[in-house]
Structures are given as structure tokens and as C-alpha cells.
Design a binder for this molecule. Structure first.
Ligand code: NAP
Length: 329
């Protein structure tokens, strides 16, 4: 398997667009070729900011500011498009980019429903292009190693998973997270990580699902709590929220011990193993300043384009969307 060089085009100029652009420049395989905004000044400003920040492996000297997403996806020098837009725009721009012959890495959640996700993967398959939902922690070897160790009995038989993903930011009607019609709400924004994480741990799909939502005055759930039951005797609880003090910890409990992981969704943190006899082992994180999470994600995407096994295959994304669909009902 060879890792190809990927010339990236980014749609959007928001928070995660900037972080992923930095990741591309620190990756071993990515070149930041173009950034598109609905307004080219915004793309130009972001590129200037990135030049001031300056990456290590690839600079932003040749990165082009593009006005209009359509122009970027038609760009002849772009191999893959990273979609960093609000959730309701993922479907349209994923389809357009795939039809234009580009590979696509799209932010989570890939779509607004499982049916939409299925449609997107059907287009990717028709076009012979890679489409991956950007749950970046799945791309990291430390995640794969931890999942394998748990399946191999690190804490005995897995019994209970508790995940919490909350943050507290000012609510705004201009933020798509607070626009119900645009796929907003805490479940779609961060609860999706909790569900994905539990499914990856159990390697199965839940058979029972319940959630209770707190409704914000702007019309979306600003926090929520839920339970899932998996077929292999594992129960899971989750809480998520956008107006709640930040806590992003996962607790994984088995018959012989338990594990606590801060910022479980990020993949880079260390974790503690607390054994039945009370002994605690601290496993340090593998933070790599020169190749952080988003750089590793860009490289892992390039690997899949080069023929490696997909670290977040379509059936996983569709399975996660099915759970989100069911909980929202
Ligand atoms: N993987 C992660 O770690 C992570 C972290 C945060 C967010 N996300 C995901 O990334 C996506 C974007 O989140 P974000 O936090 O980066 O959002 P954001 O800061 O609000 O940026 C979204 C960008 O989308 C463009 N846009 C196009 N139509 C828009 C509309 N109607 N309303 C608002 N913006 C619009 C804007 O760029 P222009 O105006 O320049 O066109 C804007 O800068 C979401 O799907 C989110 O779930 C992932």
C-alpha cells in the first residue's frame, strides 16, 4: 500500500476548517491547495491567518482563496474535498464533490438521517471515490489498540459504558447548532460521538434505545440524556450538551476493572485503568505535537485513497445514523 499525496480543497472557513487546514499542513501526505468561502475575503483572511501560523511540512504559500463552493469542487488541482460546513449542507456538497470526481472527507454527522447517508455512499460507490465521515479518533492507532485490548479482556467482560460530551458556549440563532431545520441540537453535534464510541467498543448495534431531550428556547435540544442496550449484555448511558459545563469523559466498566478516558472523542488523551483490587495504572497519551489528530486523520484518509482498509467504513456511519434517527423519534 502506498500513501498518495492528496491536494486538499476545504469548503468553509469556520472553526474546524481552520484546525483541519493546520492538520493538512502538518501531515505527511496533504497539501492545502484551496479554501472556499461563500465570500472570498473570508477565505483570503483564513489563508493569511494560516500563513502567519505557518505549518511544518507544507506551507500555505500556494493555497488559493476561492469564492463559491462550486468553484472549489470543480478545481482541477484538487483531489479531495474536506466538508467543514453546517450539518444540513453535508449532503448537497458531498454529492456535488463526488460527482465532480473528488474524494470526500465530510464532517460528522455525515447527513441528517441514515437514509441520506446511504444515498451518499451509493453515489461514492457509483463514482468510485472514497467518502469518509470525519470521526477522527477512529483513525488513530491508539484508539484501535485500546478497543482491541478491551475486547481481549483488559477489564474482564464489558458491562457498562458511560459517556459524557458537554461544552458551554453562548447560544446564538446564527449558529447552525441552534437551527433545528439545519441539523442542530446537542445530540447531532456531540451526542453522535458518544453513540459512535459505544458502538465501536461493543462492535455491535444497540437493540434498545431511549433518550430524553431538554428543549432550548431557540428550538433545539441543548442537552440530552439517553440509554442504549447492546446484544452482548452491555448497557450504555450518555449525556451531551451545549450549555453545560465542559466534561468529555468516558467510563468503561467491566467485571475485572474500569477505564476512565478524558476527551474520549479526541483520541489523543491517555487513560486510567482501575482494577478490581483498587490498583490504578495510568496509560499516558501519545500526543504528537508535530503530527496532531487532524494531521493523522488527513494521512489516514490518504491511506484509504491508496487502498488501505477504511478506518470508518460506510456501514459504521450508517449504523450510527440509524441510532441517531431512532433516538430523535
Ligand atoms: N471533528 C471535529 O473535531 C469537529 C469539531 C467541530 C465541528 N465539527 C463539525 O464541523 C462542521 C462545521 O462546524 P464548525 O464548528 O466549524 O462551524 P462554523 O465555525 O460555524 O463554520 C461553518 C462554516 O460553514 C460555512 N457556511 C455555509 N453556509 C452556512 C450557514 N448557513 N450558516 C453558517 N455557516 C455556513 C461558513 O463558511 P463561509 O461563510 O466562509 O462559506 C462557516 O464558516 C459541523 O458539521 C460540525 O459538526 C467537527
Amino acid at each position: 500500500m502506498s500513501r498518495p499525496i492528496i491536494r486538499w480543497g476545504i469548503l468553509g472557513t469556520g472553526m474546524i476548517a481552520e484546525k483541519f487546514a493546520q492538520g493538512i499542513s502538518l501531515s505527511q501526505s496533504g497539501e492545502p491547495r484551496a479554501i472556499a468561502s461563500r465570500n472570498s475575503d473570508k477565505a483570503g483572511d483564513l489563508i493569511q491567518q494560516l500563513r502567519d501560523w505557518s505549518g511544518v511540512n507544507h506551507s500555505f504559500d500556494v493555497t488559493e482563496a476561492v469564492e463559491g463552493y462550486e468553484v472549489l469542487i470543480g478545481h482541477p488541482d484538487v483531489d479531495a474535498v474536506y466538508i467543514a460546513l453546517p450539518n444540513h449542507l453535508h449532503k448537497k456538497w458531498t454529492i456535488n464533490a463526488l460527482r465532480a470526481g473528488k474524494h470526500v472527507l465530510c464532517e460528522k454527522p455525515l447527513a441528517l438521517s441514515a437514509a441520506e447517508a446511504e444515498e451518499l455512499f451509493a453515489v461514492a460507490s457509483e463514482e468510485g471515490r472514497v467518502l469518509i465521515e470525519a470521526f477522527m479518533y477512529r483513525a488513530l492507532p491508539q484508539t484501535t489498540n485500546l478497543l482491541e485490548s478491551i475486547r481481549d479482556g483488559l477489564i474482564g467482560d464489558l458491562r457498562i459504558i458511560r459517556t459524557n460530551f458537554t461544552f458551554n458556549r453562548e447560544a446564538s440563532p446564527h449558529d447552525a447548532r441552534y437551527q433545528a431545520e439545519n441539523g442542530g441540537g446537542s445530540l447531532m453535534d456531540v451526542g453522535c460521538y458518544c453513540i459512535d464510541f459505544a458502538r465501536s467498543l461493543t462492535g455491535t448495534e444497540p437493540v434498545e434505545m431511549n433518550a430524553t431531550f431538554h428543549q432550548h428556547e431557540l428550538g433545539v435540544d441543548d442537552y440530552a440524556a439517553g440509554t442504549l442496550a447492546f446484544p452482548n449484555d452491555v448497557l450504555m448511558t450518555f449525556t451531551c450538551g451545549m450549555t453545560v459545563t465542559s466534561d468529555q469523559t468516558a467510563h468503561i466498566a467491566g467485571t475485572e476493572g474500569r477505564i476512565e478516558i478524558p476527551r474520549f472523542w479526541f483520541g489523543e488523551e491517555g487513560y486510567s485503568i482501575i482494577r478490581l483490587d483498587g490498583k490504578t495504572e495510568i496509560i499516558p497519551g501519545k500526543k504528537n505535537a508535530s503530527r496532531p489528530v487532524y494531521a493523522a486523520e488527513a494521512d489516514a484518509f490518504a491511506d484509504v485513497v491508496g487502498g488501505a482498509e477504511n478506518w470508518n467504513p460506510p456501514e459504521n456511519t450508517i449504523g450510527n445514523m440509524r441510532v441517531l434517527d431512532a433516538l430523535q423519534k
